[in-house]
Each structure stands twice: as C-alpha cells, then as structure tokens.
Ligand binder design. Sequence first.
Ligand code: EPU
Length: 455
Amino acid sequence: MNALTKDSRKAAARVGLTSDVITIDGGKPLTGEIHIRGAKNLVTKAMVAALLAESPSVLRDVPAISDVGVVTGMLEAYGVAVDTLEDGVLRFDPSNVLRAHFAEIDALAGSSRIPILFCGPLLHRLGEALIPDLGGCRIGDRPIDFHMDALRAFGAVVDKSYEGIRLTAPDGLHGADIELPYPSVGATEQVLLTAVLAKGTTELRNAAIEPEIMDLIAILQKMGAIINVEPNRVIFIEGVEHLSGYDHRAIFDRNEAASWASAALATKGDIVLLGARQQELMTFLNIFRKVGGAFDVREDGIRFWHPGGELKPVVVETDVHPGFMTDWQQPLVVALTQAHGHSVVHETVYENRLGFTDALNQMGANIVVHSAGLESVTRRVPRRPLEQAAVIEGPTPLHGADIEIPDLRGGFSHLIAALTAEGRSRVSNVGIIARGYEHFVHKLELLGAEFSLED
Ligand code: EPU
C-alpha cells in the first residue's frame, strides 16, 4: 500500500468512514441544502492557540474532519485535556502541559503540516520543541524556511536532529522585526502564535491577511493579546505576560463553500450552503457570476445554482487574499470543462497544484498544463519559477473513469467530475477528502447523488 493510501485510510478511520473507495453514477444535478461549519484552516490553528493559555478555551462550530482529530491527538500528547461539550463544541484545558513522546507526535502528524505551528507555543510553555518532518498535501515542495527564520529572529535555536527539528530558547523569546519574503499563511500564523507571549514588540511586514488569520487574531485578542493590523500587510504585536482561555465560534469554511458551489455549477444543480457568508467569498462570487453561475445571498447562507444556458470561459490567477484562493481553482476547473471556449487558470501560489487535471483528461476533458506558466503573465514570485497554467477547452462531456485522489482539493474536484460525468466512476483514496470536508458522504446523500461506498 502506498503512503497516500495509508494516509487516506487513517483519515477515513478518524471520521468513522469505513470505506476508502466510492462508486459514483454521475450526470445528475446536485440539489438541496447543506451546512458549512468552521474552517479547517482556522480551527486547527485555534486549537494550537489554546496551548498558550493558562485557563481552558472553548471552540464552537468545529467540523468533524480528520485534521481536527490529528490536532486533538497532538494536544492530548502534550497533556492538554480535550473534551467534546456537545456536537461541534470542543473544550481545551492546558493546565498540565508536558513533553510528548516524539514517536507519538510523528505518528499522529502523518501528512499534516500542523506540528510546525506548535513550535512557538511549546517554546513558551516548555522551553523546547521537537517537530517531525512535515507533510501536508502533495502540491509542491512546501518548505518551512520562513517559519525557521522567523523563530530564529525571536531567539530560538534551531538544530536538525535525526528525528526531526529540535528548537530551544535558552534565553526565552523576545520581540522581533520580521519581513516575510512572501505573505505566507502558515508563517504569519507562526509569528502571531510566537509573538503574543514574547518579551517586547514584534513588527511583521508582508503578512498574510486571509480571513482565517483575522479570525485567529480575534481569538488571540480574546485571550489577552495586543495585536494591531496596519495597512499594507503590516502587523504589530505587543508581547504580554499571560494569556487566558477563549470562547470563540470559528469562521465558516470558505474553501468548502467554494467547492460545493462549483459542484452545483458543474452538475447543473442548485445548492443552498447554510452558514456561508458573502464577505469572505466576494472574489469567488465574481468569478462564479462571470462563468455564468447564479447566486443569492440570504440571511442564513448563500444559494448557488446553474441558471441554464451556456457557461462562459474565464481567465483566473490564484493569489493571496483578497485574490482568488489557490484552494478554489481545482473545483472550479471541473465547471470550466463545461464552459464554451478557452479558460485559463494560472496557479501562482504552489508549484504543483494542477496535477489533478490528468484525471479530468482521462474523463474526457481537454486541459493542457503549461508547467512554466504563461509567458504573457508577469511573475509575481520571481525567486523561483513557480507558476503553472492550465488551459481548459470546453465544453467537453465527461465520462466515468477509475481515478485515484491525489490531495484534498484536487480530490474534491475528482468527486465533482465523477458527479458531472455520464456513467460510473470509481474513486479511490476518498479518505483524503475527510481531512477537510465534514460529513461529505452524508452531504452527497442529502444532495441526491447516486453512489455507494465499496466494502
Ligand atoms: N512557503 C515557503 N516557505 C515557507 C512557507 C511557505 O516558500 O516557509 C511558500 C509555499 O511553498 C507556497 C507559498 O509560500 O508556495 C504559500 O504557502 P503558505 O505558507 O501561505 O501556505 P500554508 O500555510 O502551508 C495554508 C493552507 C493551505 C492554503 C494556503 C494558501 C492550512 C493548514 N493550509 O497553507 O490550505 O492553500 O495556506 O492559502 O492553513 C488546504 O486547505 O487544502 C490547503 C492546502
């Protein structure tokens, strides 16, 4: 069994999914109402933040996804008591933080990149941190140089050991002056989670300002932190001596919302996403409308549907917030295979995030990936030849196929393709989807999809 399938099975087991293979009879519109709960990319960080507090925290709208299980296991390994108060409400008690066994953390982390965010909090709480080699989705190199440079600037000493990376802070951590080479989401969170308890003031320039980061800042402020977000991606953090627990409702998962919205469009369906909000999806909504999709922003969520007629091609460049998120392009590409004309999706955030298109081509799509980006487009990240562009020619009817899910967002796009395609598809490694999409099997049922899980 390959490493991906192992990860997928573990992820499936964590959320109680008994099968890792789904057979879909596609070609039917998805219609109905589903709930979108807290964002994976906030909830997992908010859980790490609980480690900084001297009293318990409560997090609400926590989705039942396997990444939450991974972080729960890691917190427990460090002595944090994690209790479920009711469905979607977790309580973290960090009164007895202790050193964890490295092997336990390594085994839990699997393909997740979350361990790296434990560095700052562990240095504050225990004076040392030992983290394993990092995984995450297979969408590029995903280096951690920004993280390590930032931690060194705070006074951490970083050593490579045979197990992983060992960090110590012999003189404690102090405020730092940091400019990120790129507005990295993870590195910005690293700086926030470290600076709040460091001695003195930290200035962070070229910070990421994704809505999930703003929500993390709101949580840290509830805990007692002093953080000012200034114009032009500058964040000032004044270190404080103590932080207390928080009570917080997580921001909704805009990546999950964009995924199901794209599924509505590709399958000519009509889906109401309860809990989705316009503000954090504005860039996505503009593109959705330009392609020919319809939406209605309601009090309780957003309805997305295919209004009939032809879909139109678009040119999209992924970017940091407030640009078009890299996590939105994969589901959208499936809908673009049904648009009349040539669409271009230019990926500028990760260097390997268009590989999922191979499976779509296998299903009848006509997508050509230009691995060095397109000449006419200015490189925004000049330090490495990072960009790739996909040119999608449509409309192409899709037909069922046997496909293997490669990563979280690419995997969801495979699901959408199978739901759009005429005929039967067999999709394996669906456990990967459980990493970030809550109850996706139940949601497929609610939306009227025809499928079965293999024994
Ligand atoms: N980068 C470096 N060095 C670093 C850190 C990042 O070169 O030390 C580069 C990356 O290789 C990449 C770019 O900077 O080319 C952006 O990476 P970033 O640090 O912003 O991403 P991340 O924090 O690792 C989070 C999300 C991703 C999401 C990106 C972009 C989490 C757990 N992950 O990743 O979500 O795509 O931000 O918004 O929050 C997903 O949910 O499936 C997912 C991959």
